[in-house]
Design a binder for this molecule. Structure first.
Ligand code: NDP
Length: 286
C-alpha cells in the first residue's frame, strides 16, 4: 500500500514571532479535519524576507501569514494581490495558487466576523482609533460591509487623512479624519467604537486611549483589536459603562479561519480554534 509522508506546509513570517499563538489554533483545526498539514512559526528579520518567500515557494508551501513588520514589504515579493489587499495596501495572508503567490488580507474581514454577532453593521456610525496596517484593513472591510460613516481618530495626521481618503474613494461609506490632539469626545450617535492602535498592548497594559470616558454610552458596542491582554483598559471601562464589548481574540480566530479556508478550501471549526487558543493562553472566557 502506498503511503504519503509529505505534509502540506503553512506558517508565519514575523519578528518578533515568540508570542504569536496562531500555529496552535491552525494545527488544532488541521487535526480536527484529519488534514496532514503543518503551521510553522518563523522568526524572519526584514533583510531575510525575500529569501524566506523564495524558500516557501521552493518548498511548495501552500501559503503563509505575514505579521509585523512584513505586511507591506512582502507585496514586492508576490505575483499578485486579491481585491481587498490591493485597496488596503497590506497583506497578512499569502496563498500559493498553482505556483503563483497571491497576497490577501483577512484582518479586516476577521474583525467584521467577530463583531457581527454583537451588531448589525448596515448604516452604522463608527469611531475608529488608529490608521496603521490593521486599522486600514478594519476600516475598508467595515465600509465594504455597509457601515454609513467612519470617523478616523489618529495621532499622525497624514496617516489618518490618507485612511479616510482611502475609505471615501474606494467604498460607499462616508469617512472623515479627526485630529487626536486633545481628549476625544465620542459623538453620542456613535454605534461602534474600535481601538486599532497598539495602545494597551502587552507589555504596556496600563496605557489608555485619551478619551473622555463620560462620552462612552451604554448603547455603544466597544471593540478592541488587541488580544494580549484580552481585557484591555478600554474593554474594562466600556463594561463599567454597560456597553457590549468585543475583544481582539475573536478577530484573531476569525482572520485565521479565513486564511485556513484560502489555503485548504475547507471550513475550520471555530470552536476547535477557540479552545486551542484559550488552552494555550490560559484564558477561560473566550
Ligand atoms: P501599526 O504599527 O501599523 O499601527 C499602530 C497604530 O497605533 C497607529 O495608528 C499609531 O498611530 C497608533 N499608536 C501607537 N502608539 C500610539 C500612542 N502612544 N498614541 C497614539 N497612537 C498610537 O500596527 P498594526 O496596525 O499592525 O496593529 C495595531 C493593533 O492591532 C495592535 O495592537 C495589534 O496587536 C492589533 N492587531 C490585532 C489583530 C487581531 O487579530 N486581533 C490583527 C492585527 C493587529 P500613529 O499613526 O500616530 O503612529
Amino acid at each position: 500500500m502506498s503511503k504519503n509522508f509529505l505534509s502540506e506546509l503553512t506558517g508565519s513570517f514575523a519578528t518578533p514571532a515568540l508570542e504569536n499563538p496562531t500555529g496552535v489554533m491552525m494545527e488544532a483545526a488541521y487535526r480536527d479535519l484529519g488534514l496532514d498539514w503543518r503551521y510553522i512559526n518563523c522568526e524572519i528579520q526584514p533583510n531575510d524576507l525575500a529569501n524566506a518567500v523564495l524558500g516557501a515557494k521552493a518548498m511548495n508551501w501552500c501559503g503563509f501569514n505575514c505579521s509585523i513588520p512584513h505586511k507591506v514589504s512582502v507585496i514586492s515579493h508576490l505575483d499578485d494581490l486579491g481585491e481587498s489587499a490591493r485597496i488596503i495596501g497590506a497583506v497578512n495572508t499569502v496563498v500559493n495558487r498553482d505556483g503563483k503567490l497571491i497576497g490577501e488580507n483577512t484582518d479586516g474581514r476577521g474583525f467584521v466576523e467577530s463583531v457581527k454577532s454583537s451588531l448589525e453593521l448596515t448604516k452604522k456610525r463608527v469611531v475608529l482609533f488608529g490608521a496603521g496596517g490593521a486599522a486600514r484593513a478594519v476600516a475598508v472591510e467595515l465600509a465594504l460591509a455597509g457601515v454609513a460613516h467612519i470617523t478616523i481618530v489618529n495621532r499622525n495626521q497624514e496617516r489618518g487623512e490618507e485612511l479616510s481618503k482611502l475609505v471615501a474613494d474606494n467604498t460607499s461609506a462616508g469617512a472623515e479624519y479627526h485630529a487626536w490632539t486633545k481628549q476625544y469626545q465620542i459623538p453620542a450617535d456613535t454605534d461602534l467604537v474600535i481601538n486599532v492602535t497598539s495602545i494597551g498592548l502587552y507589555p504596556n497594559v496600563d496605557a489608555e486611549l485619551d478619551i473622555d470616558t463620560d462620552s462612552i454610552k451604554s448603547s455603544m458596542v466597544v471593540a478592541d483589536g488587541i488580544f494580549n491582554p484580552p481585557e484591555t483598559r478600554l474593554i474594562q471601562t466600556a463594561k463599567t459603562k454597560g456597553c457590549t464589548t468585543v475583544n481582539g481574540l475573536g478577530m484573531l480566530v476569525q482572520q485565521g479561519a479565513i486564511a485556513f479556508e484560502y489555503w485548504t478550501g475547507k471550513t475550520p471549526s471555530i470552536e476547535v480554534m477557540k479552545t486551542a487558543l484559550s488552552d494555550a493562553l490560559d484564558i477561560t472566557d473566550l
